[in-house]
Design a protein around this ligand. Sequence first.
Ligand SMILES: NC(=O)C1=CN([C@@H]2O[C@H](COP(=O)(O)OP(=O)(O)OC[C@H]3O[C@@H](n4cnc5c(N)ncnc54)[C@H](OP(=O)(O)O)[C@@H]3O)[C@@H](O)[C@H]2O)C=CC1
Ligand SMILES: CC[C@](O)(C(C)=O)C(=O)O
Ligand SMILES: [Mg+2]
Ligand SMILES: [Mg+2]
Length: 341
Amino acid sequence: MAKVYYENELTNDVLKNKKVAVVGYGSQGHAHALNLKDSGYDVVVGVREGRSFEEAVKDGFDVYPVREAARIADVVMVLLPDERQPEVYKNEILPELSAGNALVFAHGFNVHYHQVVPPQDVDVFLVAPKGPGHLVRRTFEAGEGVPALFAVYQDATGTARETALSYAKGIGSARAGVLETSFQEETETDLFGEQAVLCGGLSSLVKAGFETLTEAGYQPEVAYFECLHELKLIVDLMYEGGLEGMRYSISDTAQWGDFQSGPRVIDERVKESMKEVLKDVQSGEFAKGWILENQANRPVFHVVNNREKNHPIEKVGRELREMMPFVKAKQKKEAVASAKN
Ligand SMILES: NC(=O)C1=CN([C@@H]2O[C@H](COP(=O)(O)OP(=O)(O)OC[C@H]3O[C@@H](n4cnc5c(N)ncnc54)[C@H](OP(=O)(O)O)[C@@H]3O)[C@@H](O)[C@H]2O)C=CC1
Ligand SMILES: CC[C@](O)(C(C)=O)C(=O)O
Ligand SMILES: [Mg+2]
Ligand SMILES: [Mg+2]
């Protein structure tokens, strides 16, 4: 059984004696910066001029260009989009790193695939929340937390582990559980999870269900509520009580259908496809493709993104959510920190 760290045993708040620069103020950046500040840590934000810069100023931070933030901080947390990190690191962070500083990531992609090669005299670790940044903030404010993984890649000072754990505590993750891993394990499991299950697998499952119903002549509104809206309510039950907790609340008819038809839909072929996805992640093939896609200014990404935004499930969903102020309110509040595409 893996060792899981919780708040009550993490009494060594070494990070409180250091200055942390959170670089990037997007989904993860705003959550880390605000949570660390609320936990009593000394935080500045480093970001380019624009929307994020203004947002961080509005939230009360001292905000600097990335290079300046890296210069004045002891600990630099890199929360830029993965594909932008190598260039910003090379031009604005690396020149300002001093011996004994810490270079930190929330995902191991660039270090693991050798797009960022840190100098030997700095600590390098990751603290990777297992959840979207907006939820890292939302749960923190509610007195809860999102679990996180931490991993030490390089321990130049001999204190990298304590600093990582103190960081994880500061963002609220030790309320939920913090687990040690390696850069390789974090990178490969995170990429696999988001592609096969959490984002790719789920959105394809939802669309396939919606399309099956609407193509059979059922109303799109009914299909939306059945295949997308209710998913959150079902997943909330899994989050609270596992599969058993979900099955406790559903009808026995649904549970029988779950046992009978679940494995017909997600069958051995799906698992074979998942193994292929994992193989591409492990071999670096996926990373290579994503790096090349960015070097070419994302031709495929933009076409697919546009097509996805116009899928009928999105059209009907936008209309139905307009009528649910409790759903819209949350979206609006968090949209300010969402600088994505
Ligand atoms: N999204 C998530 O929930 C999770 C993300 N991660 C990891 O966290 C890291 C950050 O991802 P995420 O939060 O999604 O990133 P976002 O895309 O949400 O945020 C990007 C931030 O970086 C800024 N930025 C972009 N380019 C530059 C630049 N050239 N110079 C300075 N600032 C720049 C943006 O500012 P501007 O407004 O000016 O564009 C914005 O503030 C990644 O490593 C990711 O894998 C890990 C776990 C979950
Ligand atoms: C599931 C997607 C994620 O890995 C995350 C929110 O944890 C990401 O990269 O955004
Ligand atoms: Mg993830
Ligand atoms: Mg990820």
